[in-house]
Design a protein. Structure first.
Lengths: 564, 123
C-alpha cells in the first residue's frame, strides 16, 4: 500500500505537497505585501491629513516598501526553487521580527511572542521538522540580544519556543499524513473507477462481438433455425429457414408453433409429427422426418434453459433431407426390385426340380433324385437370402407391417418343425421344442413373422452348431410378457461380439460366412421384427458351450376363445 | 370331361410349372401369357379355376380380378392368386379364394388344386 503510494508519487510530475507549500508561500507573501501596502497608504494618508509627521513614519514606510520589493524578489526566486524561496522568506521574516522592537522587549519582554510566527509557519511552509530550526534560530537571536544588551533573556519562553515547534511539527505532520492518506484513497478510488470502466467497456465490446458472432453463425448455417419462446412464439429465425420452408420472412418471423403446424404444406400425419415434436417438453434431443410439400425435412427440437435451469423456450433445427430421402428410397426400390427379379427365376428352378423329383417327366434313378434334391435345397437357401434382403429393404423403408391376428402357439411350433426338421436332420442335429402349459391357448400376433423369427434363429443355431441339439420353446415370462427361446450347443459368441450380432451384414468374422454361409441378415431381421412387435431380443452365450436367444414379447391374449 | 383351368402368368417358366402342376391335379389347362389375351379368353369362356398372377403386361391382374368378381358368369369360378408381394396378397385374401405367395412350390400348388375339384353335387 505504502509502496504503491510512493510509486504513485514518483509517477506524478508535481509533488502535491510541494505545490501546496508554494501556494501557501505565495498566499502569505501576497497577504503580507497587501498589509504592508495598507500600512504605506495609511501612513501617507496620515501625513497628508497632518495627523503625523513624515520623519516619524518614514522608517515604517521605507520598511514596508522594502518588504514589498523583497516579496517580489522572493516570488521570482520561487519560480526557480520554491523551497529555497520559502527558506529565504522565513529567514528574512525572522530577522525582520527580531529587529521590530527594542532588544530588551524582543529578548525578555512583550515582543518575544513574534518569534512564534516563523516557528509555526515553518512547519506548514517548509517541512514539519523545520519548526525546530526556527525555534533554535529564534532562541539564538534572543541569547545574542541578551549578551549584547546585558540583560537576562527569558529562558522559559525559549523552552516555550521548542514546545511550540513540537506542537507545530506534530500538527503539520498530522496534516501531511492526513493529506497523504486522502490522496492515496482518492488515487485508489480513481484507479478502481478506471479499472471498472475499462472492464465494463471490455465486457460490452466482448458481448457485442459474441452476439455478432452468434448472429453471423446463425445467418450462415445451411440448417433452418427457429427459436420459440415459452409461449410458442418464434422470436429468432435465420435466412435458411425462410428458404427451406419457402415462406416469406414476415410469415416465419413472429409465427407460433400452432400456426406453423397448421400450414397447408403439411398433411395431417406430418402435422401431428411436427406438433408433437415442437411441443414436447422432454429434455432429450429428438429428431423426426417431416414431409413439407415436396421436401423431406429432418426436424430436431430441444428445450432451452437459462443458467438457473428455468425453461426459456424451444429451439427447432430444420435440415433439408430431400436428397437423402430420395437416395434411400431409390436404394430400397432397387433392392426390392432386385429381390423380386431374383425370386422369379429361383422359383422356376425350384419348380422344375420339384417336377423332376415328382417324376412328372418320367422315372429318374436314385442318383438323379439326390442331385435334384441338392438343387432344391440350394435354391431354397438362395431364396431365403433373397427374402431376407427384401425384408431388410422393407423394414428400412418402414413398409414392413405387423399384422396381428389370433393364433395358436402350438401351431406356430408345429409349423416351424415342418420347415426346419429336415434341415436339422441333414446336419445330424436334434431339433426339439417345448410349449409352456402356462401360455394361453390363443394369442394375438403375426404368426408368419413369429415363424420367421423362429426360423431365422434356428437357422442361425444350426449354422453354428456342429454336434448336439437345438431346442426351441414358447413360454410365459411373467404376467404381461411371453417369450420364444432358441438354445443350441454350438460354438458360442465371444463376449465382445454379442452386441454386434444383430447388425446387418455382420458375422463374427469373415471366415464364418464362408464356413457357415449366409448373409448376416437373419439376426438383424429378428431384432427388427421383435422391435416392431414391441419386444426385444436377449442373448446369452458361452464359448464352445452354446448360445441362447430369447425374444421377449408383450402378451396379447386373444379374445377369440371368448367369442367362439 | 376334366374341369378347365386358366393359368394367367407372364413368366414362361413359371407358367410351364403352374400348368404342369394343374395338369397333374387333373385340370385341362389353358396357358395365357398376358393380360389382354386373358381378358379375351375370359370373355369367351368361364373356367372352373383361374390361377392369376397379379403382375401382368397390358391388363393388370387386379383388373382381371375385378372383372371376374363382377360378372355372374364366373360365380362358380375359383380364383387362386399368385403374387410375390406378401402385403398385396393380404389385400386380396378377402376377394380371392386362395392367395399364394411366390415362391410357389410345384407340389404345394398341385396338392392344393387337387383338393379344389368340385365334389359331385350329390355328395
Amino acid at each position: 500500500m505504502i509502496k504503491k503510494f510512493t510509486d504513485f508519487l514518483k509517477l506524478t510530475p508535481n509533488d502535491p505537497d510541494e505545490s501546496r507549500r508554494t501556494k501557501l508561500l505565495h498566499t502569505l507573501m501576497l497577504g503580507m505585501s497587501l498589509l504592508a501596502l495598507l500600512v504605506v497608504i495609511l501612513s501617507a494618508t496620515a501625513i497628508l491629513l497632518n495627523f503625523s509627521k513624515l520623519e516619524d513614519v518614514a522608517l515604517l514606510i521605507y520598511g514596508c516598501v522594502a518588504f514589498i520589493v523583497m516579496n517580489g524578489l522572493i516570488f521570482l526566486l520561487s519560480k526557480w526553487s520554491a523551497k529555497t524561496a520559502a527558506w529565504v522568506f522565513l529567514l528574512i521574516i525572522n530577522l525582520v521580527l527580531a529587529a521590530s522592537d527594542t532588544p530588551d522587549k524582543v529578548g525578555n519582554g512583550s515582543s518575544m511572542f513574534v518569534f512564534a510566527i516563523p516557528i509555526a509557519t515553518a512547519a506548514l511552509l517548509l517541512s514539519p521538522a523545520s519548526s525546530f530550526v526556527f525555534a533554535a534560530l529564534s532562541s539564538a537571536i534572543v541569547v545574542v540580544l541578551g549578551i549584547n544588551g546585558n540583560f537576562v533573556p527569558n529562558y522559559p519562553t525559549l523552552v516555550g519556543f521548542f514546545v511550540l515547534a513540537l506542537v507545530s511539527w506534530l500538527s503539520a505532520q498530522g496534516l501531511q499524513n492526513a493529506l497523504k492518506e486522502l490522496r492515496a484513497t482518492n488515487a485508489n478510488l480513481d484507479r478502481l473507477v478506471q479499472e471498472r470502466t475499462k472492464e465494463l467497456a471490455k465486457a460490452l465490446s466482448r458481448e457485442r462481438i459474441e452476439a455478432g458472432r452468434s448472429k453471423a453463425i446463425l445467418e450462415s448455417i445451411a440448417d433452418g433455425v427457429i427459436v420459440f419462446d415459452i409461449h410458442g412464439k418464434a422470436i429468432e429465425i435465420n435466412p435458411a429457414i425462410v428458404r427451406l420452408l419457402e415462406l416469406p420472412f414476415e410469415q416465419v418471423h413472429g409465427t407460433t408453433i400452432d400456426e406453423l403446424t397448421r400450414s397447408k404444406a403439411l398433411d395431417s400425419r406430418n402435422r401431428g409429427i411436427l406438433a408433437g415434436l415442437l411441443s414436447s417438453t422432454g429434455q432429450q434431443l429428438t429428431s423426426y422426418r417431416v414431409l413439407w410439400e415436396r421436401k423431406t425435412l429432418s426436424v430436431s427440437s430441444s428445450q432451452v434453459f437459462d443458467t438457473e435451469g428455468t425453461r426459456m423456450g424451444t429451439v427447432a433445427v430444420f435440415r433439408d433431407f430431400t436428397r437423402e430421402a430420395e437416395v434411400e428410397k431409390m436404394k430400397n426400390t432397387f433392392l426390392a426390385m432386385v429381390s423380386h427379379e431374383l425370386r422369379t427365376p429361383l422359383n422356376a428352378i425350384l419348380g422344375y426340380a420339384e417336377m423332376l423329383k415328382e417324376t412328372i417327366y418320367g422315372p429318374i434313378n436314385e442318383k438323379q433324385a439326390r442331385t435334384t434334391e441338392r438343387i432344391m435345397s440350394n435354391s431354397r437357401r438362395l431364396l431365403d437370402i433373397v427374402s431376407d434382403l427384401l425384408d431388410q429393404a422393407q423394414m428400412e423403408a418402414g413398409k414392413l407391417t405387423i399384422m396381428a391376428r389370433p393364433f395358436k402357439p402350438v401351431e406356430l411350433l408345429d409349423n416351424v418343425h415342418g420347415v426346419m426338421d429336415k434341415i436339422a436332420a441333414d446336419k445330424d442335429l436334434a431339433l426339439t421344442s417345448g410349449l409352456d402349459p402356462e401360455l394361453p391357448e390363443w394369442l394375438t400376433g403375426d404368426q408368419a413373422r413369429l415363424q420367421q423369427i423362429l426360423i431365422n434363429l434356428i437357422n442361425n443355431s444350426i449354422k453354428f452348431t456342429k454336434t448336439g441339439s437345438v431346442h426351441f420353446r414358447a413360454y410365459r415370462r411373467d404376467k404381461k410378457r411371453w417369450a420364444l427361446e432358441v438354445r443350441d450347443t454350438g460354438i458360442g459368441i465371444p463376449a465382445d461380439e454379442i452386441a454386434l450380432v444383430f447388425e446387418s451384414f455382420h458375422q463374427v468374422d469373415s471366415t464364418t460366412s464362408r464356413e457357415h454361409g449366409g448373409f448376416g441378415l437373419g439376426l438383424s431381421i429378428v431384432k427388427q421384427l421383435a422391435n416392431l412387435m414391441g419386444g426385444e431380443v436377449n442373448v446369452s452365450s458361452q464359448l464352445e458351450k452354446g448360445s441362447a436367444f430369447t425374444v421377449v414379447l408383450p402378451m396379447v391374449v386373444s379374445r377369440r376363445r371368448i367369442t367362439k | 370331361m376334366n374341369e378347365t383351368a386358366f393359368v394367367i402368368e407372364d413368366d414362361e417358366d413359371l407358367s410351364t410349372i403352374f400348368t404342369e402342376a394343374l395338369q397333374s391335379a387333373g385340370y385341362q389347362v389353358e396357358r395365357l401369357l398376358d393380360g389382354a389375351a386373358a381378358r379375351q379368353r375370359l370373355s369367351e369362356t368361364a373356367p372352373h379355376l383361374v390361377l392369376l398372377d397379379m403382375h401382368l403386361p397390358h391388363v393388370s391382374g387386379a383388373d382381371l380380378l375385378t372383372g371376374i368378381r363382377s360378372d355372374e358368369r364366373f360365380a362358380r369360378t375359383l380364383v387362386v392368386i399368385a403374387t410375390a408381394d406378401a402385403r398385396l396378397g393380404e389385400e386380396y385374401r378377402s376377394v380371392a379364394d386362395f392367395v399364394l405367395i411366390k415362391p410357389i412350390s410345384f407340389v404345394q400348388l398341385r396338392d392344393l388344386t387337387q383338393r379344389l375339384h368340385k365334389p359331385p353335387a350329390a355328395a
